[in-house]
Design a protein around this ligand. Structure first.
Ligand SMILES: NC(=O)C1=CN([C@@H]2O[C@H](COP(=O)(O)OP(=O)(O)OC[C@H]3O[C@@H](n4cnc5c(N)ncnc54)[C@H](OP(=O)(O)O)[C@@H]3O)[C@@H](O)[C@H]2O)C=CC1
Ligand SMILES: O=C(O)CCC(=O)C(=O)O
Ligand SMILES: [Mg+2]
Length: 415
């Protein structure tokens, strides 16, 4: 067995001192943000552990670079590498709109069954925000990552397949609500009990481990009763069955009491939630939601704390340990190869990866150095355009500034 391979046994990750970690550079701004991320991560690991720990990066391919090299957008070899080495990090990959191939990002999550998309959203001191109290936003989104309308079960208007599905719905299922049957396209939204439960379980476990006040199930169950509505019901039931939750003030909210800590399980309808995160963000801690809601909520929350340039994420299967860390944003094609954008989302995804590995000291060094870099008003274009008196840095220069700030005495002494 390769001694540099991360392994996973009985729910626990075993990380050697020099683990091999595959990375996908990504399309568009991917190469720029990946270069900065790698530089920052390597520097933090060296500063925290000297030569005793180091990541052996292994490039694997997906997207445009894979297509150029192999003629395939998502080679089987890439999936096998992630299965073998368990933990990977990636840049964003382009998805065409309307037609063409399906999302490679979604395909990676589905094929590796990375059912939890975990996206922490918090404000960093000094980051410009459109709201008065961005410091009140401190949430972790648990987004179901394999089901829902994202499963890609849809048929295009005008195709013979669409005709068959439409005829089945109308003639055999008695559906009368298809408004314009001659031009309709149809998509299907699968939401299962197992899929809902494993996501809500992960959210509740995280909330208990980190002593959060609440888990909020965000859904549109008033309209999509059998999918989003069941997601809510299955979530509440799981809290009762597996965590001993009891009715809170007569229900449907639940309360879990564990080792003196109280965790409320509550729910809110998705549209109301989107206004409440602006008006009363401090009421929310951990969010458990379905795939599409989670996608929208991720970008909306990111905007409140200063934008998509500082929004990290992870895609995790807690049963197999397989995980891919990646920024919330996409390939921002208009900025490709300009060395311009903010690498913080990808760098902070790297921080999440270090925490997942248990390399907390290196993770902390990076977070403090990013905070210092931003408080110094040395920032990329996205923050500079909203800050008075900022020094504008390129993507690579921001990475270098973060590395430099890791040596600042205030960072080293507070460790
Ligand atoms: N996980 C993934 O790989 C994802 C891939 N995608 C794919 O990416 C492609 C482009 O999608 P698009 O809708 O344009 O969304 P993007 O997230 O790529 O970009 C939208 C806007 O967000 C801002 N932005 C994005 N990244 C950064 C950054 N690092 N620093 C600062 N600002 C940033 C820019 O705003 P401004 O114009 O104001 O400067 C940009 O124009 C599509 O093919 C989409 O499918 C999308 C999301 C996730
Ligand atoms: O795969 C894509 O192109 C978009 C995915 C996305 O927006 C997300 O995961 O947040
Ligand atoms: Mg998105």
């Amino acid at each position: 067995m390769n001694e540099n391979k991360i392994t996973f046994e009985n729910g626990k990750l075993y990380v050697p001192s020099h683990p091999v970690i595959p990375f996908i550079e990504g399309d568009g701004i991917g190469p720029d943000i990946w270069r900065a991320t790698k530089q920052v991560m390597d520097a933090a690991i060296e500063k925290a552990y000297g030569e005793s720990k180091k990541i052996e990066w292994k490039e694997i391919y997906a997207g445009e670079k894979a297509y150029e090299k192999t003629g395939e957008w998502l080679p089987e070899d890439t999936l096998n590498n992630i299965r073998e080495y368990l933990v990977a990090i990636k840049g964003p990959l382009t998805t065409p709109i309307g037609g063409g191939m399906r999302s490679l990002n979604v395909a990676l999550r589905q094929q590796l069954d990375l059912y939890a998309c975990v996206r922490p959203v918090r404000w960093y001191i000094g980051v410009p925000s459109p709201v008065k109290h961005p410091e009140k936003v401190d949430m972790v989104i648990y987004r179901e990552n394999t089901e829902d309308i994202y499963a890609g079960i849809e048929w295009m208007s005008g195709t013979p397949e669409l005709e068959r599905v439409k005829n089945f719905l109308i003639n055999e299922m008695g559906v009368t609500a298809i408004r314009f049957p001659d031009t309709v396209s149809i998509g299907i939204k699968p939401v299962s009990k197992e899929g809902s439960e494993r996501l809500v379980r992960a959210a509740i476990k995280f909330a208990l481990d980190t002593e959060k006040k609440s888990v909020t199930i965000v859904h549109k169950g008033n309209i999509m009763k059998f999918t989003e509505g069941k997601f809510k019901e299955w979530g509440y039931q799981l809290a009762k069955d597996e965590f001993g939750a009891k009715d809170f003030e007569g229900g449907p909210w639940q309360i879990i009491e564990k080792d003196g800590h109280k965790l409320i399980i509550k729910d809110v309808i998705a549209d109301a939630f989107l206004q409440q995160i602006i008006l009363r963000p401090s009421q929310y801690d951990v969010i458990a939601t379905l795939n599409l809601n989670g996608d929208y909520i991720s970008d909306a929350l990111a905007a409140i704390v200063g934008g998509i340039g500082i929004a990290p994420g992870a895609n995790i299967n807690y049963t197999t340990g397989v995980s891919i860390f990646e920024a919330t944003h996409g390939t921002a094609p208009k900025y490709k190869d300009q060395d311009k954008v903010n690498p913080s989302s990808e760098i902070l995804s790297g921080v999440m990866m270090l925490e997942y590995l248990g390399w907390q000291e290196a993770a902390d060094l990076i977070v403090k150095a990013i905070e210092r870099t931003i408080t110094n008003k040395t920032v990329t274009y996205d923050f500079a355009r909203l800050m008075d008196g900022a020094t504008l840095l390129k993507c690579s220069e921001f990475g270098q500034a973060v590395v430099k700030n890791m040596s600042h005495p205030s960072i080293l002494t507070t460790r």
